[in-house]
Design a protein around this ligand. Sequence first.
Ligand SMILES: [Zn+2]
Ligand SMILES: [Zn+2]
Length: 103
Amino acid sequence: MDTKELVQWIRTLYLHNNIKAFYMNIIWRVPRSEVLKDQHNECQMCKSRGLVEPATMVHHIKYLKYHPELAIEKDNLMALCSECHWLVHHHIVVKKQLNEERW
Ligand SMILES: [Zn+2]
Ligand SMILES: [Zn+2]
């Protein structure tokens, strides 16, 4: 499947409310597991705050829905824990939290 076909397939899946078919497909599973491996199964957002949290998912930095052409581009993928993933999708920016408990 080339990029053009991939984009068309993803658009069709969104139209039919069936994007989970993409997430189940080998086309996604392979780059997903490679990204997890490359990023040491660590949540990259927690890591940027000096924390170590196992990643449970791979996020599309530019959203799949709007950038299906980047669906399997590793530069567009980021390993995250479920909490950070939720925050990202709700546009909540987490500031540095270390040493914040000062009185
Ligand atoms: Zn995290
Ligand atoms: Zn995501």
